[in-house]
Design a protein around this ligand. Structure first.
Ligand SMILES: *[C@@H]1O[C@H](CO)[C@@H](O)[C@H](O)[C@H]1NC(C)=O
Ligand SMILES: *[C@@H]1O[C@H](CO)[C@@H](O)[C@H](O)[C@H]1NC(C)=O
Ligand SMILES: *[C@@H]1O[C@H](CO)[C@@H](O)[C@H](O)[C@H]1NC(C)=O
Length: 481
């Protein structure tokens, strides 16, 4: 067994190593966090979602969606230039989970590439079948679910109760349900499975069909869904994705005021050991480096070195490395107004195609997998004359990710596009009803009623079971102190 993946990622609430630069952040983090969160939530989100003065007048659009590649007739792509006089404003709309399909297209024209790809693949190999939905091929960490009338039903949660799968599963269901319950338009009925494993398709020639957080390029049968971290990752100190954005808006330093160093924390005991070991080797004893390994079995080590994600954003440069497979911290690091340095990533998440290593729109710095070009590139970036120019990379990243494609609003749009994309190649009609046992009716005869399959998410969220006796047994979650 590999070690539980969530412990690779150095995101924690404790702050031990404080530099003078970090003092403000620490102060805010500990004193003003709650107050600012509440204030910002309610003051920047103001205004009704579809204020009539900005929505509904048939003006020509301010900007038209520019979608690259040929038009594809599913997910969002079929929607041409919209007549809506509406533009996405991340301050106003970034946390609006219920944007319409038109608005999702206008706001995030490049978001749906992975949905389009998975649909194209299915068109090639044939529609999704009911047999594809069997969860038996995966030992645990997989859920069969259904959407009917915009409502989420859990049909078969399969081995999702351990410390690793449980938080991921719950987070994923809630995020999906948030996208569903915020939807203002009807969505097609679908039945599907999703897995919360880092590596969705272990073993060679495994081409099962399921929703997953990440895939390798050749794993074409997978459908990428937003990672559980878009909800929250409390087990490593990331209480809520949306809260992180709020905190950064409030507390983040100007780029040129940040610590001019490269930050990285992580364990070497992961699948992508080679990349991480390269980073350690090529940053050792460098004045520009704050790269440190963590030993998760050593509490003293963790207490002294772990940093929060906000702390990471206090540095000019952040390093990204793959972990056992993909690394869940990338979406957080891309929220920093900092320059991300990463080796070429083998594992794909739904937004990776938006990473640009060169050109006017460059939004990160690409390095060799062994990080051997790190010292040269970072010294170059750090030259006083280059630093202001390099800031453009951080600006581009913030504009593309934090302020657009990695907003909570975009996440919800993506979920709904995924549902529509899946439905377009679903080769069966989901069976919503099943017959219950016959009951006596008042005429003295027998009568069976239809009931819905599985458990509605509303009750699954509480019971974490699809069936339970009534009165229900109290459920215990053991928390060790
Ligand atoms: C899986 O691979 C088999 C054999 O190559 C192929 O017939 C089938 O279409 C593939 N299924 C999917 C979902 O990719
Ligand atoms: C635990 O971590 C501390 C701080 O990094 C270190 O000084 C100590 O040697 C470590 N102990 C073990 C047993 O590795
Ligand atoms: C595939 O599924 C779609 C959506 O249900 C349906 O419209 C289409 O006819 C199916 N194609 C085939 C070849 O069965």
């Amino acid at each position: 067994m590999r070690s539980p993946p969530q412990i690779d990622y150095a995101i924690q609430t404790r702050i031990r190593q404080r530099s003078p630069k970090m003092r403000t952040i620490a102060l805010y983090g500990t004193v003003a966090a709650l107050i600012t969160t509440a204030l910002v939530l309610f003051s920047t989100q103001g205004g009704p979602a579809f204020a009539s003065e900005t929505y509904g007048r048939l003006h020509p659009p301010h900007s038209q969606p520019e979608r690259q590649g040929p038009p594809v007739a599913h997910s969002q792509s079929h929607i041409g230039p919209s007549k809506l006089p509406w533009e996405f404003d991340h301050r106003r709309d970034g946390r609006r989970y219920g944007l319409s399909e038109d608005q999702c297209s206008l706001a995030f024209p490049e978001l749906y590439k992975e949905v389009d790809r998975a649909v194209e693949y299915r068109r090639r190999v044939g529609n999704v079948t009911l047999e594809d939905l069997d969860v038996g091929w995966r030992g645990d960490g997989i859920v069969r679910a259904m959407i009917h009338d915009n409502q989420l039903y859990i049909i078969d949660p399969h081995g999702v109760w351990d410390h690793n799968h449980r938080p991921r599963t719950i987070a994923t269901m809630h995020a999906l349900n948030r996208a569903l319950s915020a939807a203002s338009e009807p969505l097609p009925d679908i039945e599907f499975t999703f897995t919360v494993h880092d590596d969705a398709l272990p073993g060679p020639d495994n081409n099962h069909t399921t929703l997953a957080f990440s895939r390798l390029a050749q794993q074409e049968s997978l459908w990428l869904m937003p990672d559980f971290g878009f909800w929250g990752w409390p087990d490593v100190g990331l209480r809520s994705y949306s809260e992180l954005q709020t905190m950064l808006d409030q507390n983040e330093d100007d780029f040129l005021d940040k610590m001019p160093k490269l930050i990285w924390r992580g364990s070497l005991s992961v699948g992508s050991h080679d990349a991480r070991a390269g980073l350690i080797e090529h940053s050792e004893d460098q004045s520009w480096s704050d790269v440190q390994t963590l030993d998760w079995s050593n509490k003293t080590d963790i207490d002294s070195k772990l940093l929060t994600m906000e702390d990471h954003c206090g540095y000019m440069f952040t390093a990204q490395t793959e972990g056992n497979t993909y690394s869940g911290r990338l979406k957080y690091l891309l929220n920093c107004h900092s320059i991300l340095l990463s080796h070429e990533l083998r594992w794909i998440e739904h937004f990776h195609h938006l990473l640009q290593p060169s050109g006017d729109e460059q939004n990160y710095v690409k390095l060799k997998r062994d990080f051997s070009d790190l010292p040269r590139k970072i010294k170059n970036l750090l030259k006083r004359s280059n630093l202001q120019e390099a800031e453009v990379i951080a600006d581009n990243a913030r504009r593309t990710f934090r302020e657009r494609y990695l907003t909570p609003a975009a996440e919800a749009c993506y979920w709904r596009a995924l549902i529509r994309g899946w439905a377009s190649v679903q080769g069966f009609k989901p069976q919503v009803w099943e017959e219950s046992e016959a009951e006596d009716d008042w005429r003295g005869g027998k009568r069976s009623k239809n009931r819905m399959r599985g458990a509605p998410f509303e009750s699954y969220a509480i019971m974490e079971q699809v069936e339970w006796n009534i009165p229900a047994k109290p459920r215990r979650v053991c928390i060790e102190d």
